[in-house]
Design a protein around this ligand. Structure first.
Ligand SMILES: [Zn+2]
Length: 387
């Protein structure tokens, strides 16, 4: 019989804090996404603990890192999923330098502290404790640390395409959740819209066609008329529409002949994204062209899956808090992993959902330590086979 108390006693705050600080100090902002340096450092960290890690390098600067703890083949594998890239630190000055990993009053500060180097460090720590415990697992534990999650999910796509995640029965993702349990996520539809006009001197605007004004008119129409409210999901909030970027014009006294805007539309499962594209195109018909940049599928999830009840149980045991499955508005590597493998997804991370992409991003050390324990309990119970 597995002695869980002995396993949890192996979780040392000092060790996971140091690991997270180091991981924050190796900058991996995307763009450009220099995840390779971080992946190399993590590969060494596992190797020094006598755990084999496979570094998969792409284009000289990106990398995925995979660690597979072999089980006895009695159970499907469990994926520990985390991404290594972060969004940039931004222009606003931070209380502590964003790549310092400063520990201050029980919190660790830095870019990625919440999203999601804390989740990554907690998963790495849990995997190492498990590997060193000598416990024989019924199924494999696959640690999948990816690149480019914050943008195109390329790292997860590479791992899937190359068969690294085969045999998995569930995926546990350590994106920020404040240790809440998420089982569904929205999809993200990214559109590029282009308005064309005709240049003229601004003293004679009647001779030109103003592309910026066309775009402004179009964006207003989309905001007023793109009705997404009919679609509901029991765990997710309503679909949303935002304009992320707009570019147009060259100088103040020339009528602009081009304007581009990028739209981010978040959809719930069961919505036909092509119908939404079609509707946006109709609204711009004759004066704005609409191109689909990317479509990240939503994750419907299965709140009744075994991994979900195991997760709720583990979270309650470690934190004392009783949770219900919820959904999130952000996308994760689960969009490709859970949908492609047709497996249930659970998101539990120590980061606070509200800290994501903010200045002074931080994580509570107490939650970081709790996350390691939660991952240990979920992995050992999900992967327990017959002895
Ligand atoms: Zn993230």
């Amino acid at each position: 019989m597995l002695n869980e108390a002995a396993l949890l006693a192996e979780v040392k705050e000092d060790s996971v804090v140091k690991l997270l600080q180091k991981v924050i100090q190796i900058e991996s902002t995307n763009p450009p996404g220099n995840e390779l340096a971080l992946a190399r450092w993590l590969a060494d960290y596992f190797t020094q603990a006598s755990v084999e890690a496979e570094l998969l390098e792409y284009e000289g600067k990106h990398a995925n890192l995979v660690v597979r703890l072999q089980g006895r083949g009695q159970r499907p594998a469990l994926i520990f999923s985390a991404h290594m890239d972060t969004v940039p630190a931004g222009e606003v000055p931070w209380m502590f330098p964003p790549f310092s990993g400063t520990l201050h009053e029980g919190k660790i500060y830095g870019r990625g502290a919440a999203d999601m180097k804390s989740g990554l460090a907690a998963m790495a720590e849990a995997a190492l404790i498990l590997a060193q415990s000598g416990i024989s697992l019924g199924g494999d534990l696959i640690v999948a640390f990816t690149y480019d999650e914050t943008h195109g999910l390329q790292g997860a796509k590479q791992l899937l395409g190359n068969g690294y995640l085969e045999g998995a029965g569930a995926v546990l993702i350590s994106e920020p959740s404040t240790l809440d349990v998420f089982t569904a996520e929205k999809g993200a539809l990214w559109l590029k819209c282009r308005a064309k006009g005709k240049t003229a001197h601004t003293s004679m605007p009647q001779l030109g066609q103003n592309a910026i004004l066309k775009m402004a008119h179009f964006l207003h129409r989309v905001e007023e008329s793109l009705d997404l409210s009919a679609d509901h999901h029991s765990l997710l909030s309503e679909p949303t529409f935002t304009v992320g970027t707009i570019h147009g014009g060259v100088t103040i006294n020339v009528i602009p002949d081009a304007c581009e805007a990028e739209l981010d539309i978040r959809l719930v499962p069961d919505m036909d994204y092509q119908k939404v594209v079609q509707r946006v195109r109709e609204l711009g018909e004759g004066y704005v062209e609409v191109e689909v940049l990317d479509w990240k599928k939503p994750v419907e999830g299965d709140p009744k899956a075994g991994i979900v009840s195991l997760s709720l149980q583990a979270v309650e045991e470690v934190t004392g808090l009783s949770r219900q499955p919820k959904g999130v508005s952000y996308y994760t590597d689960g969009s490709v992993i859970a949908n492609s493998l047709q497996i249930p997804m659970v998101i539990i991370g120590p980061g606070d959902t509200g800290e994501t992409h903010q200045p002074n991003e931080h994580v509570e050390v107490s939650r970081l330590v709790q996350a390691v324990k939660i991952y240990l309990l979920i992995a050992t119970r999900y992967l327990a086979g017959t002895q």
